[in-house]
Design a protein around this ligand. Structure first.
Ligand SMILES: [Zn+2]
Length: 418
């Protein structure tokens, strides 16, 4: 692979590059985060087994094989590192008064013992028995603070909340008209990332990797003409080389295609080709388009999206071949919504496992995401129950501000007119 290319090979590569167009070689900026971890308790609600809890927090965030530090270091190819600020888990410190789910107060108390501990991020662990927060974890999106009820502290929650800090939304699933990406309704989560109910045994999805610039240069292609692309499994070792994602414009959105197969960080990922819609180019907010077979697109099926279509031609243990058709090359018959509902259909030749019969049981494979997101700055949790609606939330804030300004102008004018 690394030997000097012969002339014919160079020519062939140039031709491929012309057809495919490699996307964005921009590399990620290295970020080293010093994460302070503080146990916080309340006058009337204490943590049990503090030494055990400190060990557990340290393991899940830094030391265990699947810890957040190791996970994000691997996913970022070493660009994102997390170290334990001060070399120990701090606390417990006690908040005055009865326990409440006051995340701001928890942060203030935690910071009070960190005056001499240089840190970038803060993770608070607290007893939830009386605080009664209605979530299993909370993270600023993006941001630098996370909160974990001690009772629910687990690996999946830790990966998930630190993912919010990186700016990742919950990754939802869209069920669309058969064979298309139109007429979609949200239904559960993707199951392809810790941000989509996938738990701790899956890697990040291709759109998430793109959002962080963690997909190595040359691994993503943007076909401008009809072509076939061999996709190597997204989380196969770097040494396996190959293209890992297709990323094409779809109106103001983008369409991203990946192949996932068990291996490496993807210990329990379902094998299959996945198609995502990226709203307005916001890769961190991509939705999985349900492909009809355990959420993936089975071999033989085509998804049609405006003037682009994606057909899965073949798949094996390590790679899949997809045909990207553009404009006049679109297959004429594939947009017909005449086939049965996606989850019940078996029309495509099953290429991999035989478990598709279980997929009709709706949402059982989705772990409910028992957490919330704090947008920007920490706010009392009760006010942050909107999940992935931060876009709407942002527009509402801007709209509200405009209305206030307009109202002020009118008021001043009215005064003047008198
Ligand atoms: Zn979440």
């Amino acid at each position: 692979m690394t030997s000097p290319a012969s002339k014919p090979l160079a020519f062939a590569l140039a031709l491929v590059a012309a057809v495919l167009g490699s996307v964005g070689p921009a590399a990620a900026e290295p970020t080293a985060r010093r994460v302070a971890v503080v146990l916080v308790e309340f006058d009337d609600s204490a943590l049990t087994d503090v030494p055990g809890l400190k060990r557990k927090a340290r393991d899940l965030i830094f030391d265990a094989p699947g810890s957040a530090a190791r996970y994000y270091a691997a996913q970022s190819h070493g660009q994102r590192t997390m170290t334990l600020a001060g070399g120990e888990v701090h606390g417990p410190v006690t908040l005055d008064g009865a326990a409440t789910c006051d995340t701001k107060a928890m942060v203030a108390k935690a910071e009070s013992v960190l005056a001499d501990v240089p840190h970038d991020d803060l993770a608070v662990v607290f007893p939830n028995a009386k605080a009664d927060c209605g979530w299993g974890g909370l993270g600023e999106m993006p941001g630098k603070r996370t909160w974990f009820p001690a009772e629910h502290l687990n690996q999946a929650a830790v990966l998930h909340e630190f993912g919010h800090n990186l700016g990742f939304n919950h990754q939802v699933r869209d069920i669309c008209e058969s064979g298309t990406v139109t007429g979609c309704r949200k239904d559960g989560h993707s199951g392809r990332t810790p941000m989509g109910g996938g738990g701790a045994e899956v890697g990040l999805s291709a759109p998430e990797l793109v959002s962080m610039k963690w997909l190595a240069a040359g691994r993503r292609v943007a076909p401008r003409a009809t072509t076939s692309v061999r996709l190597v499994a997204l989380h196969a070792p770097e040494s396996a080389g190959g293209t890992r994602a297709v990323d094409v414009p779809l109106g103001g959105d983008r369409l991203v295609v990946e192949y996932r197969a068990p291996g490496g960080v993807d210990r329990s990922v379902p094998r299959g080709v996945n198609v995502y819609r990226v709203p307005g180019g916001k890769y961190q907010a991509a939705h999985l388009i349900d492909g009809g077979s355990e959420k993936s697109v089975p071999v033989g099926r085509t998804l049609v999206a405006a003037d682009i279509s994606v057909t899965v031609l073949a798949a094996d243990a390590t790679s899949a071949e997809v045909r990207i058709a553009v404009g006049p090359d679109l297959p004429a018959t594939t947009a017909k919504p005449s086939s049965p509902p996606a989850s019940a259909t078996t029309t495509a030749p099953p290429s991999s496992s035989t478990t598709s019969a279980t997929s009709s049981s709706a949402t059982t494979s989705d772990d409910p995401l028992a957490d919330d997101i704090v947008v920007g700055a920490p706010v009392p949790a009760a006010a942050s129950v909107q999940t992935a609606d931060e876009e709407w939330f942002g527009y509402a804030v801007i709209g509200g501000a405009l209305i206030v300004v307009l109202f002020g102008v009118l008021l001043v004018r009215a005064q003047r007119d008198r």
